[in-house]
Design a protein around this ligand. Structure first.
Ligand code: FAD
Length: 398
């Protein structure tokens, strides 16, 4: 029997990769909970920051774009840059895509991956099944990579029920109704979490590091016209990073890591401004230096811009402090495999076709951003990644 390829992950990247592999006739087993990051780890009522043109899962089969889903579901077609995408619609799209193109998805977790011979892998599932695969694609996305800075980490040990939590631990923000909430961060996730909690009846303050960091993008009709269009707005840098990520991995490591953090970095979506301003307070600080609890409530210690120290209290603190790729946190990869994967600041170093330094072991989505650029943090990155990964894998493991 021909050993299958294992795709670990059923978010946009796993599903898109699986669709490409299947279209090439490659036997594939796909594992994961479809669209779980969007369903359980983002707030209900959220709206996607990406435009409809940048929110389709890539596949070689025609008829599977977000607009095709809208037609099939009998809802209004989302196509122009002014059309906003509710997260619930996007989840419905991902699940529809999965049912049509990856129907054999197995809703189980992969608990371990190890090498079983020079050219293959042994996987263990949480059903207890052991099997071998000729290649493995890691598409586990945001899972396990939520980042809490050290100064907040201690107070966050109790999870969402404790005084400090990460935004990925919340789906239903109505639980903060009538309570005081601090949101740490200035990116889209922080600003939208704050707006949604305020709309749910919470009294919300955003604590932002630096000055003037809380800002919103220009609406589509005010975007500069003389710059090239990209899925993220009009700018030469965004255009190059979206359509030409090939040379990215040849840039110096420092530049690559900087760009992943900075390009498409903290900026609220244009449609969020009116829901945020006047409803959420912004507290600018030089730095958050610590978090403690007093009588079960969080106390944030901050350094003020004049060099003093302040203490901020609330009923709860949500850290919207992003995600950080660290292969050490991917504990389903066996220790021997993890130590053999060449990394740069915790992220796997990938070659052509998204293959790591271990032949047959591929990474796509967020873990590939350090090699292929910030576009890999977004759904539209599937357009570049999935066909190339599938082509490389087909050639190397036919
Ligand atoms: C608040 C927020 C808003 C965002 N908004 C946008 C947006 O508007 N537009 C955009 O393009 N991007 C947005 N993003 C980024 C987006 O989340 C990613 O682009 C996308 O989800 C990455 O897809 P993925 O398939 O790599 O991973 P995920 O969607 O995170 O999926 C991970 C998959 O891996 C599976 N998995 C994990 N571990 C295992 C295991 N051991 N065994 C089996 N399966 C496993 C899970 O079950 C899941 O199916 C947003 C992110 C956040 C946090």
């Amino acid at each position: 029997m021909i050993e299958p390829v294992a795709v670990i992950g059923a978010g946009p990247f796993g599903l898109s990769t699986a669709a490409h592999l299947r279209a090439r006739g490659i036997p594939v087993r796909v594992f994961g909970d479809p669209m779980v990051s969007w369903r359980d780890h983002m707030p209900a009522g959220m709206i996607l920051k990406s435009t409809p043109a940048a929110s389709s899962l890539d596949c070689p089969q025609r008829g599977h774009t977000l607009a095709d889903y809208c037609d099939a579901a009998g809802i209004r077609r989302l196509v122009t840059d002014e059309d906003i995408i509710p997260v619930e619609t996007f989840i419905g799209y991902g699940e529809w895509f999965q049912q049509k193109l990856v129907p054999e998805l197995e809703r189980v977790r992969v608990v371990s991956v190890g090498r079983y011979k020079p050219a293959g892998f042994e996987l263990k599932l949480d059903s207890g099944e052991l099997f071998t695969a000729r290649a493995v694609v890691v598409a586990t996305g945001l899972s396990g990579l939520a980042h809490l800075p050290a100064e907040l980490g201690k107070a966050a040990a109790d999870g969402p029920a404790g005084p400090v939590s990460h935004c990925s631990q919340h789906h239903d923000l109505t639980r903060f109704s009538g309570r005081e909430l601090i949101v740490v961060g200035a990116g889209q996730s922080a600003l939208e979490t704050a707006a949604l909690a305020a709309e749910a009846g919470a009294q919300v303050r955003v604590v932002s590091r630096g000055r003037g960091k809380v800002a919103f993008g220009a609406p589509p009709w005010d975007q500069p016209k003389l710059r090239p269009e990209s899925p993220f707005g009009r700018a030469w840098s965004l255009w190059a990073l979206s359509y030409y990520p090939h040379p990215y991995r040849y840039l110096p490591a420092q530049t690559r890591h900087y760009l992943v953090r900075r390009v498409l970095g903290p900026l609220g979506a244009w449609w969020l401004r009116d829901r945020f301003e006047g409803k959420v307070q912004v507290h600018e600080v030089a730095a958050v230096t610590g978090a403690d609890t007093f009588d079960g409530a969080p106390v944030l210690t901050v350094r003020t811009h004049d060099g003093g120290t302040d203490r901020l209290t609330a009923d709860h603190v949500i850290a919207a402090t992003g995600y950080r790729v660290d292969i050490a946190a991917m504990d389903f990869l066996g220790p021997e495999l993890r130590t053999r994967v060449a990394v740069s600041r915790g992220a796997p170093k990938l070659g052509a076709g998204y293959v790591s330094s271990v032949p047959g072991l591929y990474f796509t989505g967020l873990p590939a951003a350090a090699s292929y650029g910030p576009v890999m943090r977004f759904v539209c990155g599937t357009e570049f990644a999935s066909p190339r990964l599938a082509k490389h894998l087909a050639a190397a493991h036919a």
